[in-house]
Design a protein around this ligand. Structure first.
Ligand SMILES: Cc1ncc(COP(=O)(O)O)c(C=O)c1O
Length: 403
């Protein structure tokens, strides 16, 4: 299709199911922290495909890994050994020592699939031990775990479930950071507590130390599993490879996606040895999960991010953004609380956040929302000091148009 000769917006409306409200922008390509429109306009990308393009656009290590693997094989199926899966599993397991020795990986294609698998593995773990009645999964209000039925049932946002009929049962949603209710709810029948280290989509909610301590205590006391959804926080986004590690959250299962495939679809579940030991052939499976090209790309991302200099720069950029947002909060009374960690950051906005996002777009900056009233910034993890400064000045200019 000759892109310049057609109105892509119109075609999109005609051809695609209207599940998304799309920005009125059409991109031709990306480079580093920048996206270029078909009209040749340069836009700073602080959305990064919703925390997928961790190294920005066109990163050489990712590109090379994709080209190299695509010249070997694109797909084998999980009937055969797939070397890129093994390399990525080895590397990600190494960065998650708190899962204990003997932990194992299962590959999926996306975040929601990783969470489906995690829920299935958690229930199977008890079933295989003659405790099939232990099905209760405790999750949290405002959480987001995905759009397929199990992950949707786990998600603590009732609006997303409306009209889809009966959800899988035995999911309980408690208030975030409410240790008292958690203590009253979790018991010997609980299968798992499932949470994001930072509830990103729900408003960038960070856990308080008491909440973490309570989860650790209840896991110990009742022998329930803890499933940590690292899909958005993981691989450096929260300032560390693992949000669970960052917050000292003991756990048995973790789920990964988004940045994991370097821009290609990929999901992953890590299982503590005792959980993996209860899984048998045929318990779960996927045709595409652990695609070799996605795994090769993901390995390039993980190796790049898991480096002390890289993470030190990320922390500096995080501090720079937070200081900048603080100043903007002082300048504009309708901007307030700063939320998040690492490069998963946001600022509360009492004016319509959709208007601020549109104003940022007009200034040449892509930003996104979290929850009802948070402007969310998800820059590439290798964003430069100058780019951060520029983004802050663009937000300032966008705010000025809203005063
Ligand atoms: C924490 C978390 N879990 C799960 C998902 C679902 O991932 P996917 O869209 O790849 O299915 C998301 C997506 O935003 C997420 O942020």
């Amino acid at each position: 299709m000759e892109a310049s000769s057609v109105n892509l917006q119109e075609l999109d409306n005609t051809l695609l199911a209207p599940t998304y409200i799309k920005a009125d922008m059409e991109f031709s390509h990306g480079e580093g922290s920048w996206l270029f429109t078909r009209q040749g306009e340069k836009v700073l990308d602080f959305v990064t495909g919703i925390a997928v393009n961790a190294l920005g656009h066109g990163h050489k290590a990712v590109q090379n890994a994709i080209v190299e693997q695509s010249q070997k094989y694109l797909h084998l199926s999980n009937l055969y050994i797939n070397e890129p899966q093994l390399s990525l599993a080895q590397e990600l397991l190494k960065t998650n020592p708190n899962l204990g020795t003997g932990a194992k990986a299962f590959f999926a294609n996306s975040g929601t699939e990783a969470n489906e698998g995690a829920i299935k593995f958690a229930r199977k773990y008890f079933d295989r031990q003659g405790q099939g009645q232990r099905q209760q999964i405790v999750t949290f209000v405002n959480s987001f775990h995905g759009r397929t039925f199990g992950a949707l049932a786990a998600t603590g946002q009732p609006a997303l479930k409306q009209g889809f009929g009966t959800m899988p049962g035995d999911f309980v949603h408690l208030e975030w950071n409410d240790s008292e209710t958690l203590r009253r709810t979790v018991n010997a029948e609980t299968c798992a507590i499932m949470l994001e280290p930072i509830a990103a989509e729900g408003g960038i909610l960070t856990p308080n130390p008491e909440f973490i301590a309570t989860i650790n205590e209840l896991r110990q006391k009742h022998g329930c599993l803890v499933i940590v959804d690292e899909i958005q926080t993981g691989l450096g986004r929260c300032g560390a490879i693992s949000g669970a590690h960052k917050y000292d959250l003991d756990h048995d299962i973790s789920t990964w996606a988004k940045a994991l495939g370097g821009g290609l679809p990929l999901g992953m579940i890590l299982l503590r040895k005792k959980v993996a030991a209860q899984i048998k052939p045929g318990d779960h499976g996927t045709t595409f999960g652990g695609n070799p090209v996605s795994c090769a790309a993901g390995l390039a991302v993980l190796k790049t991010v898991n480096n002390s200099d890289f993470l030190a720069n990320l922390t500096e950029r995080s501090e720079q953004i937070q200081a900048g947002l603080q100043k903007l909060g002082e300048k504009y009374s309708w901007l307030g609380e700063i939320r998040g960690a690492g490069l998963l950051l946001g600022i509360r906005c009492t004016k319509p956040v959709g208007d601020l996002i549109a104003a940022c777009r007009s200034e040449g900056l892509l930003a996104h929302r979290a929850g009802a009233d948070i402007l969310r910034l998800l820059p590439p993890l290798n964003v430069s000091e100058n780019e951060v400064e520029l983004a802050l000045s663009k937000i300032d200019a966008a705010c000025a148009t809203m005063n």
